[in-house]
Design a protein around this ligand. Structure first.
Ligand code: SF4
Ligand code: SF4
Length: 332
């Protein structure tokens, strides 16, 4: 069994940065904590669940997937090769964030392989952190996970009484990182800090999927979502939402093609060039959100697009609570 002190964890961040790696972890940014690239171990802030999820490590809010410039005889392309993407270590990520990464692998390597996403995944080592600080919005246990779930992690840290961490290598990538920085770790063990205790109990997820199967049309959608403002906050904060749009910017001389997050809650998400919009009112859009997460993705990949992180509950400006929606369906 290996342990690492908090001081050495910060030294590990410094050593990884010195090695030329991009290190992403929770850091205080203004009034909130966000997963962002760290400039040193002193910035690591493990106290709070970051406001946004860690998916930006693999799926940036906006990324350039090519640039073009008209030359005298040909058009020159740039930034097309994902090999340019940096080796990364994501450190201090909560189980509800980390567990979403392998869920996203399924769709990004399905009928079309998204080499930008997959290259970032290949080049990232994830150091997960057991969660000792949840709140009323958390419901990871109802989604079949737990505050100590190491799904998706390469190394997994468990906070111990006294301030150090137990460190378990989960994959070969994790073992390699541990071996490369062995001097910062010690043999030993300790007593774990109490874990977070999500409030929502068990849900029958198969029952929920079966109900959704038969209730594409149901008064529930209007009841829940007539008030949805279509702001997209729920999708942008979610570790598992992954819809994106691709737009070309620039002119005939030069420009760039960019991939940016999108959200099925936006009114124009399904707008056709003809002007027809098959989801023309908000309840239809919210229905899609629930169907995609708890039925379509399950049917296709046998996984759910929700880890129970609670971010969409905390942020929804009109108080739509996805855990309460699931409970309501569960109790039907
Ligand atoms: S749907 Fe909501 S609770 Fe579930 S993972 Fe996404 S943001 Fe978290
Ligand atoms: S955060 Fe709330 S209001 Fe905004 S799109 Fe999501 S459900 Fe609708």
């Amino acid at each position: 069994m290996k342990t690492i002190t908090e001081q050495n964890l910060r030294a590990l961040v410094d050593a990884l940065i010195s090695d030329g790696k991009r290190v992403v972890g929770p850091r205080v940014a203004g009034t909130m904590t966000l997963y962002e690239p760290l400039t040193g171990g002193a910035e690591l802030a493990l106290g709070e669940l970051p406001r946004r999820s860690a998916k930006e490590t693999f799926l940036p809010l906006c990324e350039t997937i090519l640039t073009y410039e008209q030359g005298k005889e040909a058009v020159h392309l740039g930034d097309v090769d994902p090999v340019r993407l940096p080796e990364t270590v994501l450190i201090g990520a909560r189980p509800c964030d980390v567990a979403a990464a392998p869920v996203l692998d399924a769709v990004f390597s399905w009928d079309y392989r998204d080499e930008f996403f997959l290259e970032r995944r290949r080049k990232t080592t994830i150091i997960g952190l057991a969660c000792t600080g949840g709140d009323d919005a958390c419901f990871c246990t109802a989604m079949g996970l737990s505050p100590a779930d190491s799904t998706g992690s390469d190394l997994f840290l468990t906070p111990l009484k006294g301030g150090s961490f137990r460190c378990d290598a989960i994959t070969d990538k994790g073992t390699a990182l541990l071996a490369a920085h062995a001097g910062l770790f010690a043999d030993g063990t300790g007593e774990p800090l109490p874990l977070a205790e999500p409030a929502l109990g068990a849900l029958d997820l198969e029952k929920i999927r079966a109900w959704l199967d038969g209730h594409f049309e149901d008064p529930l959608w209007e009841e829940i979502a007539a008030r949805c403002a279509g702001c997209g906050a729920c999708a942008f904060l979610c570790p598992a939402c992954h819809c994106f749009d691709i737009v070309d910017e620039g002119g005939t001389a030069k420009g760039a093609r960019r991939k940016s997050w999108d959200a099925c809650g936006f009114g124009k998400f399904t707008n056709h060039a003809s002007g027809h919009n098959p989801r023309d009112v908000q309840p239809q859009r919210y229905r899609n959100r629930i169907m995609h997460k708890f039925k379509y993705y399950v049917d296709k990949f046998d996984q759910r697009l929700c880890t129970g992180c609670g971010r969409c509950i905390r942020a929804c400006p009109v108080g739509i609570d996805i855990a309460a929606v699931l409970e309501e369906i569960n109790d039907k």
